[in-house]
Design a protein around this ligand. Structure first.
Ligand code: NAP
Length: 521
């Protein structure tokens, strides 16, 4: 496929009004052809206007048609999987085979959401029939369904250039909900973004849907993101990235004349607690497994386990030695982008300034943006004294927190801010301590894993990829998994409606055969 570098404003291939950029290969520090157009407020306005015009039509598509449309996006992604992975590998430095897997996962997510749409449970239909004889006054007929929130702006993530980018879970769940989408492509992988956008636009056209169902914009600097969040037609925003960027956009959206929800997924150190019996019996295995997961994607993953808390007691030396060995053996690999590489180096310095000691380093970097792996250590008292030690360092680094006893382990747990995930490694004899740790973790995380790590991420109905601030800006929702669709829905009640005027899913006799609660049953 020849990349043209256009912005996709509905059906239009737009040149953009803010100049051009090229992609960078972070492994070679070479620019890659072609030029990619940059846009600004003008392009956002056209895309948002089209998204608004398309909304009534698209949000009222039948469930069967919408599901088929989502499946056709999946088919289109499958058809370009090899070239998509190859281009994404050039732009990110991530291995091509891994990116083929990511492309397959993206297609699977669209198919999973097609099933969600077909089954209709996401509509959360509720029917409370009229009670004309009720005393002291009759009750009217009440019916509820969830409808799409409106056009949504999605900020593609940098670190998973397919499964959480243009054709990622946010886009799949928003389109499944019936929302129209304006995607802000991440500048770290513009070519991969274009290939994905083409796959989505082809399905829009093949299904005869209005062109504004999907647009993709790109810009440089904050102006384009700000224009998206400010646009009066945009009704919700999703974002994956830094806490600084996420909170700037969140606050901006609250200052609009009509504030809108902004679902940000920002930062997490995913603490791993090694309980004493597990440490004594398999400390080395846990330490080795932890570093293996920490190094996935050169440590550029929201679920990277970055903090390991262990008691200085039986098994500790073996655990630490295994971590040191694994980090020392790790080759330096290209990070996603120069800015992310620079933040990684700064993050390591900040940990050391706060008192962490370097225990081990991987092989030295040879490329300009290679991330050298690092393992740091600090004792529990020092960790508790300085919140800088609990900051995410996005990249192949982890901090080992050596605590004196169970009480200090619990104190470290209590000191933590909101997380996407936490893990406990335990044996049967650790159950009493796990019972004390569990409520502390429940208040601070969206997911708790036993004897494993949150990576790799499954996409299921029970997946939670969310958590209290600063992991996200809204702990009530997940950004991954089938219930992530709920971010894009809102309830509407229909009261006293004649049958012919009711939305089809709510009509008498349940003509679509969808799951509905009747009087709460
Ligand atoms: P980012 O800098 O927060 O940028 C994410 C997206 O938001 C980009 O499209 C960016 O546009 C836009 N943006 C950021 N701040 C904005 C603002 N104030 N106004 C308008 N638009 C704004 O994240 P990133 O580029 O993906 O990576 C940078 C850092 O984010 C990493 O080093 C890491 O610390 C963190 N990160 C965390 C996760 C996680 O899951 N925990 C994932 C990815 C990144 P521009 O590119 O044009 O600035």
């Amino acid at each position: 496929m020849k990349l043209t570098g256009h912005l996709f404003i509905g059906a239009e291939n737009a040149e953009g009004t803010e100049g051009t950029m090229k992609a960078l290969n972070p492994a070679t520090n070479q620019l890659i052809e072609p030029d990619f157009a940059l846009g600004g407020a003008a392009e956002v306005d056209r895309a948002a206007t089209l998204a608004d015009q398309a909304f009534d039509d698209y949000s009222h598509t039948s469930l069967a048609r919408r599901a088929a449309f989502l499946e056709s996006i999946a088919d289109n992604l499958d058809a370009v999987r090899t070239e998509l992975a190859a281009r994404a590998a050039l732009e990110t430095g991530l291995p091509e085979a891994q990116l083929e897997g990511e492309a397959a996962k993206a297609a699977t997510q669209f198919r999973q959401f097609a099933e969600v749409v077909r089954k209709g449970r996401f509509l959360q239909l509720a029917v409370d029939p009229a009670q004309p004889d009720r005393q002291p006054r009759p009750r009217m007929d009440h019916r509820l369904q969830k409808i799409a929130i409106g056009p949504v702006a999605i900020f593609g993530a940098s670190n998973f250039p397919i499964a959480y980018s243009v054709a990622g879970g946010d886009t799949a769940s928003a389109l499944a909900a019936g929302a129209t989408v304006i995607l802000k492509a991440h500048n770290a992988h513009p070519g991969a973004s274009e290939i994905q956008a083409r796959a989505i636009r082809k399905a829009v056209q093949d299904y005869g849907l209005p062109e504004g169902v999907f647009s993709m914009v790109r810009g440089s600097g904050n102006a384009i993101g700000e224009a998206l969040v400010d646009h009066p037609k945009v009704q919700a925003v999703t974002f994956t990235g830094s806490e600084r960027g996420g909170m700037a956009l969140y606050r901006r959206a609250q200052l609009r004349p009509d504030p809108i929800p902004v679902f940000t997924e920002m930062t997490s150190i995913n603490p791993t607690f090694v309980l004493p019996e597990a440490q004594a019996t398999r400390g080395a295995q846990i330490g080795d497994g932890f570093v293996e997961r920490m190094l996935v994607n050169v440590g550029q993953a929201c679920l990277k386990p970055a903090l390991l808390i262990a008691i200085e007691g039986p098994g500790f030396k073996a655990l630490r030695a295994a971590m040191v060995k694994r980090v020392a053996e790790a080759p330096a690999r290209a990070m996603l982008a120069p800015g992310i590489h620079a933040s990684y180096l700064n993050g390591l310095v900040a940990l050391e300034d706060a008192g962490a000691q370097r225990l081990a380093e991987g092989s030295a970097a040879s490329g300009s943006f290679d991330g050298q792996s690092a393992l740091l250590e600090v004792d529990g008292q020092r960790f508790l004294a300085d919140t800088a030690l609990a900051q995410e360092v996005f990249g192949p680094a982890a901090l080992l927190v050596k605590v004196r006893d169970e009480a200090e382990m619990l104190a470290v747990a209590r000191s933590l801010k909101g997380q996407l995930s936490a893990a406990m490694h335990l044996e049967e004899g650790d159950t009493p301590l796990a019972h004390r740790l569990l409520p502390i973790l429940e208040r601070r995380t969206g997911r708790i894993v036993v004897n494993a790590f949150a990576h790799p991420q499954e996409v299921t109905f029970a997946t939670v990829h969310g958590g209290p601030f600063p992991a996200t800006s809204d702990s009530r929702f997940t950004s991954v998994g089938m219930t992530s669709i709920e971010r894009f829905l809102r309830p509407v009640a229909y009261q006293g409606f004649p049958d012919a005027l009711l939305p089809e899913p709510l009509r008498h006799g349940n003509p679509l055969g969808l799951p509905r609660s009747v009087d709460g049953q």
